[in-house]
Structures are given as C-alpha cells and as structure tokens.
Design a protein around this ligand. Structure first.
Ligand code: PLP
Length: 386
C-alpha cells in the first residue's frame, strides 16, 4: 500500500516524499484517508455544498471585451477566482482540506502563509467549522501583509511570526512541518499550494481542479470549443495546476505558467529536493535555495509544484517570466479597461497574456486565470507608483 501511494506521488522524476520516518507515517495515513474520502459520495456532496453556498461557485468566465479590443488579437476570457469568498482561489483548497480534516477527526488546523491569503482562507474555513487555527508566517511577511495578519486574528486564528532563516514563506513551511510531527494526533496541516511531500500536491490539485472543470464547460457553452491557451501565474503552482488540470489531456490547448523574473523556479531552476519533495528549485552558488524576491508575496517561493516541474521538462507546459514593470502596467490596464483590480500575482498572468496576444489570431481564445482580487495590493502599488 505505502509503496503504491508513494508512486502515485510522482510526476516523472518529480514529487515523492523525502521526509523523516515519523513524518512519513503521518503523511502515509493522510494519503490513505485522502484517497478514501476523495471519491466518497457523501464527501463529494458536502464539498459541492460548501463550494456553492459558501465560496460562491461557480464563478464566471468573463469575456474581457475591451481588453480583447485593446490588444487586437485573440478573445480574452477571465476565470474569476477573484470573486470567490475571501477574494482568491485558495479558499477552494482550504474548504476541501478542512472537510477532510473533519472526517479524520482533527481538532486543530495549522497552516503556513506567505502573502497571508492562504492564512486568511484557512482562518475563514476554521471559523466556519469551529476548529482551532494556528498560522505560521515569516516575520518579514507579517510586516509586508500586516492587514492580513489582523484579518486572520479577527477570524479567531493565532498567527505565529517565524524569525528563522529569511523570515519568509519557506521558513514558515519548516515550522509548520515541525508542529505537525509533534502534534499529529490532533492536528491537520492544511498546506496552501501544490507543493510539499505526497499527498499534498495531488490533494491540492484535486481541490483546485474545480477551476478548469468549470472553465472547460463554460468555454464550450460560450464558444463551442476549447481555448487555444490557458495562462496562469505560478507561485507554488496551485491556481495554475487547477486552471490546467482538465486541459492537460487536450494537446491543442497550450498551458502557460507565468513567474516573476526575480523568482523564476521553472525557467531557471534545477532538479533538487526542497521541503520534502523533488522539483525544479532555484539554487544559489552554495547549492542552497536562492533568496527570491517578488513584488507579489504569493509568488515568492524558490521551488515549484512537482507536476509543473514535470510539465516543464516534458514540454507539455510552457513557462515564462515577466518583469515588475510589466506587472504594474497590467495591474493598471486591467483596472482601467475592465473595472477589475487584479491581485499582483494575477497581474503576472495578464502581463504575459498581453505579450502572447500579438502572436495569435483573432479567431483564437486565451483563458487567463484571475487568481485573486487586488484590494490587498492597492496600498503597495500606490507606494510603488508614487
Ligand atoms: C497565493 C496566491 C498565488 C500563488 O499561489 P499558487 O499556489 O501558485 O496559486 C497566486 N495568486 C493569488 C491571488 C494568491 O493569493
């Protein structure tokens, strides 16, 4: 059983589970429970219920008419994860995992967060399901995202600032894993992106795949055909893998992930092990995970989900970078032309779609995954543009 589950956690050479034996035991049990409940009709029905009644799904696939005209090329559609409760795609995964935690009898939820968005999504779900909630957050990130810290506290969570290392997302993940090993009997680790040891990347993809399940049906209804390209930003890779999932077996649909040019894990990373799994990682001269920096805190991670690493090396996925200037311009352009202020993360996808559009024809279609709304970033952008 264990060996079979292990192999299911591989995407080509990437993924797997490289953790101490005491953590492996916890993860193997989690795998078993995930596979057990994933296809359980009651579980599926309960998940559907909360996605509809609480998250507000399905969300629209909006035709961006003015943006399409402005760029003069293919039709641009926006998948509106920004309209979910809490304003981003992360709630999809938080609800899915917390329902699993509930079935497993957990009383306490822990999570890591970078931008604060996953922490907010987790704290929200914990409030609703009456679970104790502890959020680990890099000390540097607690300063960058002070309002999100306050939001989590309002929602009843305890936020623990992590001062170790760079005081960033990567360090918060380490602390959360330590907590899990010490408290696994009562505690569920609700991981926020398609990263980490098996079964997390598979589980997170499962809960985020609703994005492309909906968008595929929506584009078939609106256009009677599949898109030519799906574009999404990649931090750990959860919104992108969710936006790609139902198109991976459709060879005519290009799948394009967009990274900040200052944290290009996929475009410049090398195979390595980080946080208990193998993926493409940005390393410095000493072979350590590189210090990355992105204006979008949610994209600031030196690794990337194992399945993206696999899609990259097999050529099924394409990965590109954009500059801060391009992102800031996209942030403003979408606001002006469509009345949608995007998250800085999502603005990476918009920025790349703008470069892609002139290479395509007017009868083609691009779906851009709008992973979140930009309210959280308005003040930061104000400071940067001043
Ligand atoms: C967290 C976040 C991201 C990056 O995370 P992924 O796991 O790569 O999706 C992107 N967009 C928004 C709005 C986020 O909050």
């Amino acid at each position: 059983m264990d060996q079979q589950l292990q192999q299911e956690g591989y995407f080509g050479e990437f993924g797997g589970s490289f953790v101490p034996p005491e953590l492996q035991e916890v993860l193997s049990y989690l795998s078993e429970q995930f596979y057990k409940f994933r296809d359980d009709p009651d579980f599926k029905e309960e998940l559907r219920y909360y996605l509809r009644e609480y998250v507000g799904r399905e969300n629209p696939l909006t035709y961006a008419e003015r943006l399409t005209k402005a760029w003069g090329g293919p039709k641009i559609y926006l998948k509106r994860e920004d309209l979910n409760h809490t304003g981003a795609h992360k709630i999809n995964n938080a609800i899915g995992q917390i329902l699993l935690a509930k079935r497993m009898g957990a009383k306490r939820i822990i999570a890591e967060t970078g931008a604060g968005q996953h922490g907010v999504a987790t704290a929200t779900a914990c409030a609703m399901f009456n679970m104790e909630c502890v959020i680990y957050m890099g000390a540097e990130d607690t300063r960058r995202q002070a309002l999100n810290v306050f939001r989590m506290e309002l929602l009843g969570a305890t936020v623990v600032p992590v001062h170790k290392g760079q005081g960033r997302l990567k360090d918060a993940v380490d602390e959360a894993l330590n907590d899990l090993v010490c408290n696994y009997k009562t505690t569920f680790y609700l991981l926020g992106s398609a990263v980490g040891p098996h079964p997390f990347p598979t589980m997170v993809k499962h809960f985020q795949a609703i994005i492309s399940e909906e968008s595929k049906q929506q584009i078939l209804e609106k256009e009677g055909r599949l898109p030519d390209a799906v574009v999404a930003c990649t931090g750990g890779g959860s919104n992108a893998i969710g936006a790609f999932a139902h198109y991976i077996d459709e060879p005519n649909v290009r799948l394009i992930g967009v990274e900040p040019d200052q944290a290009p894990s996929l475009t410049q990373g090398v195979p390595s092990i980080i946080h208990g799994f193998k993926c493409l990682v940005l390393l410095d001269e000493e072979g350590q995970p590189k210090k990355t920096y992105s204006i979008a805190a949610g994209l600031d991670y030196p690794g990337i989900g194992p399945e993206h690493s696999h899609l990259k090396v097999t050529g099924r996925g394409e990965y590109a970078t954009v500059t801060n200037e391009e992102v800031l311009e996209a942030f403003q352009e979408l606001s002006r032309t469509e009345g949608i202020i995007p998250a800085l993360e999502s603005a990476h996808a918009i920025a790349y779609a703008k470069k892609l559009a002139p290479t395509m024809s007017q009868d083609q279609i691009i779906i851009v995954n709008l992973s979140g709304r930009g309210d959280k970033d308005v003040e930061q952008v104000y400071q940067m543009l001043k």
